[in-house]
Design a protein. Structure first.
Length: 269
């Protein structure tokens, strides 16, 4: 039996991509799911694609990570759906494809609001619930860009780096509160989703095309299976992607000068 069987798991960004793939794989593990994203019709589609016998244990809870004033109510509603939450998977977010000099400050703020403050808000609203139960697990999907920086990703990399700073600190704080509340940071590489399709250009409009790197990336179902193993093992940090992306993290750590020479000439758009 899976370690996640019967666990109540709340997934943001569950209407497509990584979040959708996670929903299908977690259902196979016997988990109870709360699916969140902006588009209720897409959440219902994901639920409808799950086996009929699992659907009574799946709830749909639309939310918008860019609307911070609504997220406290969303967290309260999520807890009430099954009476508690065991795992929060902060997966919702947006990406970027523009040079810093061409990117308006409003776009930087929008990326930070969704990718950082949205996850931060839900985490803070769920934290008292975990502390009261003395159990819980925060799983936050960041990116390889949370560990490195490349051209065309300034705002995105900034938001993902911020997540690492917050959740590393939170993990240290929680160690003194309860040894049964865990924090897992997940750094995907190139995954074959539509993330690049809706990535923001410098003026805030969507890119409307899929990057070749994403087109050739890891299938989201493969990613989801690897992530589930990391959740079961309560890993502190995990890198899931192709060899090039994962190698870049270690290259930046151990050979920063060489990494800098490589990345400034990389064709990453």
């Amino acid at each position: 039996m899976s370690k996640l069987s019967g666990k109540v798991i709340w997934i943001t960004g569950a209407s497509s991509g990584i979040g959708e793939a996670l929903a299908y794989e977690l259902v196979k593990q016997g988990a109870k799911l709360i699916l969140s994203a902006r588009r209720k019709d897409e959440l219902e589609r994901v639920k409808g694609n799950c086996p009929a016998e699992a659907q009574p244990f799946i709830r749909v809870l639309p939310l918008d990570l860019s609307e911070p004033n609504t997220l406290k109510l969303s967290a309260e509603a999520a807890i009430q759906l099954f009476g508690h939450i065991d795992i929060l998977i902060n997966n919702g977010g947006i990406s970027q494809r523009s040079l810093a000099k061409d990117t308006t400050l409003d776009v930087d703020r929008r990326i930070m609001e969704v990718d950082y403050f949205g996850s931060l808000a839900l985490t803070k609203h769920i934290l008292p619930h975990f502390l009261k139960r003395k159990a819980g697990h925060f799983v936050t999907i960041t990116s390889v860009m949370g560990k490195i920086g490349t051209p065309y990703r300034t705002g995105y990399a900034a938001a993902k780096h911020a997540l690492h700073g917050f959740f590393d600190s939170l993990r240290a704080e929680l160690w003194k509160e309860s040894r049964n509340i865990f924090v897992t940071l997940v750094c995907p590489g190139w995954i074959n989703t539509n993330l690049s399709m809706v990535a923001l250009l410098g003026d805030g409009s969507p890119q409307n095309k899929k990057d070749d790197t994403h087109q050739q990336g890891m299938h989201p179902n493969v990613f989801a299976k690897k992530l589930i193993r990391a959740i079961e093992k309560k890993k502190r940090e995990v890198y899931i992607g192709g060899t090039k992306e994962v190698l870049a993290i270690y290259l930046k750590r151990f050979l920063p000068g060489l990494f800098s020479k490589i990345v400034r000439n990389a064709k990453v758009k």
